[in-house]
Design a protein around this ligand. Structure first.
Ligand code: NAD
Length: 497
């Protein structure tokens, strides 16, 4: 059995704990590897390596750090297919989708290659006579990342390239369900010239997370995952005096106004609801159809759903793969039963589906509900599977109220040909990322990504300019050099005349 070890000081380490987790191939349902689970001592070893590497890494010239980022960028670019294959094998998403995931991670690495520019401070000359003021951005020290199963390469890359380029050292606790992409990325980073101890990986579950949350040498935590765990990580980490950003779950609404281009809206709804089997925090899970939009949209959506190729991610032409585990598939299927019991209209039922020859995999076909109402569990909960709900409403005002009443605020979209309506929507909606005639509004690496309300805890979005701000502390220096003017004791405030 393939054993996935920790990565500490650029070496594979099995650690002292004897707990292990299973990694599955979701398409076949077979166990493909075991992963070591850290206990507190293993986490401490990772943090100690990062702490020991910090002084030297912080002192390395920013141009040298940038050069290593460039090398890393080239190696990841060369290994896109290898990373994608690991993602498909452990997560189940299609190879094409997996390549897209790596490409989005690469964009953050590319952003981080600009670190000499990004760390520049501000300078004001002559704020008083002979006195200048300037700012310096300095790294925090050891920072940690805790990441979810659904983007095993990209979400860690939202974090460590920027943190490390800024001069921090890093301990990553990736999802225990699909840890291999992080391991290959760390190996490539070492080949690029990253010194030992700068990026460390410890695997595991709550035990590892809890130790990171309380470890006195960990200065900041970036978390991405479900809302209950994000809340826990945020409150525990901040109570322990750490800087924490915790990005969380979602229920993303796509509003379709009656004047929308229905072909475009149907393409978007199907792509954004069923891409990656709905296991994206930016997936569309609710279509809010205004006026007669639903009657025109639903036949167009079902026509597209019937043509979807649901198959193992590495098979030619596959458009949607399996879910991450059997338990998760069963949980998603139980929501379909609950929707039926609560009176929603089941237009397409994906339960019980599996491609021929893959009956033991964690399969679920594309599922569509119509006439969903706000009191139903399928509307209220994050299902995180290929289940799309259509809610019908009479007015734009009701649609916007629905979104603004939702506890989540990650992404949303409006489909309309009316520029005024779109502008009003972008102004009024209480959601962090907004798409106009575009269903998944994920900002590129030179902007920052973040939701509102229970989709994100903490003051910083992730990557982009907020990433630089999160992983650095600003220092302000007020400087004066001895000169003939400033002589003699003066207990008063300077008057600047
Ligand atoms: P999860 O919350 O179960 O796990 C995330 C991480 O936390 C993993 O590393 C896991 O090992 C750890 N963890 C799990 N339970 C824990 C506990 N009780 N205490 C401490 N640590 C714990 O999330 P997941 O199922 O891996 O990922 C899916 C979720 O992530 C969805 O809710 C999705 O919306 C969300 N997500 C959000 C974003 C975003 O940017 N907002 C991006 C991707 C995924």
């Amino acid at each position: 059995m393939n054993l996935i070890s920790h990565w500490i000081d650029n070496e594979l380490v099995d650690g002292v704990a004897d707990r292990r987790g299973k990694v599955y191939n979701p398409a076949t349902g077979l166990v493909s590897a075991e992963v070591v689970f850290a206990d507190a001592a293993d986490v401490d070893a990772g943090v100690a390596a990062a702490a020991a590497a910090f002084p030297e890494w912080r002192a390395a010239p920013v141009t040298l750090r940038a050069r290593i980022m460039f090398e890393f960028r080239d190696l990841v670019h060369k290994h896109v297919d290898d990373l994608a294959k690991l993602l498909t094998a452990e997560h189940g998403k299609t190879l094409e989708d997996a390549r897209g995931e790596v490409a989005r991670g690469l964009e953050v690495i590319e952003f981080a290659t600009g670190i000499p520019h990004l760390l520049k401070g501000e300078f004001s000359e002559q704020v008083s006579r002979g006195v200048d003021t300037y700012t310096i951005r300095q790294p925090l020290g050891v920072v940690a990342g805790i990441t979810p199963f659904n983007f095993p390469a990209m979400v860690p890359m939202w974090m460590y390239p920027i943190a490390i380029a800024a001069g921090n050292t890093f301990v990553l606790k990736p999802s225990e369900k699909d840890p291999s992409a992080s391991m290959l990325s760390a190996e490539l980073f070492a080949k690029a010239g990253l010194p030992p101890g700068v990026l460390n990986i410890v695997h595991g579950d709550k035990v590892a997370v809890d130790r990171l949350l309380e470890h006195p040498d960990v200065k900041a935590i970036s978390f991405v995952g479900s809302t209950p765990v994000a809340q826990y990580v945020y409150s525990t980490g901040t109570a322990n005096g750490k800087r924490v950003q915790a990005l969380a779950g979602a229920k993303n609404h796509m509003v379709v106004l009656p004047d929308a281009d229905m072909d475009l809206a149907a393409d978007a709804a199907v792509s954004a609801a069923y891409g990656s089997a709905g296991e994206r925090c930016m997936a569309i899970s609710v279509v809010v159809a205004v006026g007669d939009a639903a009657d025109r949209l639903i036949p167009m959506v079902t026509e597209r759903m019937e043509k979807l190729a649901v198959a193992p991610g590495d098979s030619p032409g596959a458009e949607m793969g399996p879910l991450i585990t059997g338990d998760h598939r069963d949980r998603v299927a139980s929501y379909v039963s609950s929707g039926l019991e609560e009176g929603a209209t089941l237009v397409a039922d994906g339960r019980g589906f599996s491609p021929a020859g893959f009956e033991d995999g964690f399969w679920m076909g594309a599922t569509l509900f119509d006439n969903v109402t706000r009191d139903m569990k399928i509307y209220q909960d994050e299902i995180f599977g290929p289940v799309l709900s259509v809610v019908r409403t009479d007015s734009y005002e009701d649609a916007i109220r629905m979104i603004n009443d939702s506890r989540w605020g990650n992404g949303t979209a409006v489909f309309t040909n009316d520029g005024g309506a779109a502008r009003r929507f972008q102004n009024e909606v209480e959601v962090g990322m907004v798409g106009i005639n575009l269903p998944i509004p994920v900002p590129l690496a030179f902007y920052s990504f973040g939701g509102w309300k229970e989709s994100s805890f903490g003051d910083h979005d992730i990557y982009g300019p907020d990433g630089i701000s999160f992983y650095t502390r600003q220092k302000v220096v007020i400087s004066r050099w001895p000169d003939p003017i400033h002589r003699g004791v003066d207990l008063g405030f300077p008057t600047n005349r």
